[in-house]
Design a protein around this ligand. Sequence first.
Ligand code: SF4
Length: 330
Amino acid sequence: MDASLIRADVSWESLVARHVDDVADANDDDSGRDETAARNSKKTGKYKKVCTTDPDASMATNGRNRRLEPSYKQHGVVDDECGVIVEIDVTTGEANEGDHILSRLDTAAQTTGVAITLATADAGYAYGKVFGGLEERKISAVIPTKAEPIRSKVPLRRFRYDAHHDIVKCLRGKILRPNRTKVAYGRFFASKARDCKGCDLAAICLSPSRVTKAVVIVNDYPALLRARRKRDRWGKEEKRLYRRHRWRSEGFHGEAKSWHGLARAVRRGLENMRIQSFLTAMAINLKRLAAAFLLFWSLIWRSIYQEKRPGRSPGSDLRFLGQPISATIC
Ligand code: SF4
């Protein structure tokens, strides 16, 4: 599974015009040049460029040092053995990959009628909810986990989550219990003020002006911890599979963009973008099919005309897709 951004067919001018309109509306200011308001709204997350000429596209980027561009995102599931694209979907560019992998894998399994037993993906999919969903489906994951962001001198990994009792224990053995504050991706666990009062770690553990410690435990956190431990134990096979993922699954997106014009949308709107994406996938699959037929017939030709040595049946030692060629001919 992999995802890739596709540049939407919109101009930069359309983005700027809409932004100025929004700021003007927000401030009821005809000039639309209230820079302070624009800066403040950026800080609060309300600042958002949108494409007036293609509202389905949204601003997204591939890397931190690259600028945001109006984009769509293609999500693709590729069969590991032959490189056949078995599932494709397109969303707006800012869609999170982690929200789509499970539904795409389910659809791929439904389409092919083959249960998926192992999935490979890059670190952009390393979320607790993804590992939890894959465990539920009994799918092994070869997904490199991300390093835990360290935002405090006492990072989250120093707190132990006890799934059985649904509590978190801090370094000093004090218990943090879930409170009512919920976030979309997890739950808050907080300590008691009397536990932290007088703690020798309070100066580095607690935020200034706080008397209790609060941490967020993401959904399916135990699955994420298991995936992290598994990542530390990756052997040759996992490394081989992940290397294969890099050229097989990510290579498909590169092929689609370099050779089939999918780097940029040719029409506007999500449905039109889906059509372009499906047609591109179809063209690539036809190429795979043509290559397979070419290989198949060349093997047959070789088995019939070049393997006429005494004591050998035609095609006895040749294989196609893991099967003896003689069985494939039958
Ligand atoms: S400050 Fe509170 S949460 Fe942090 S280590 Fe001390 S007792 Fe535990």
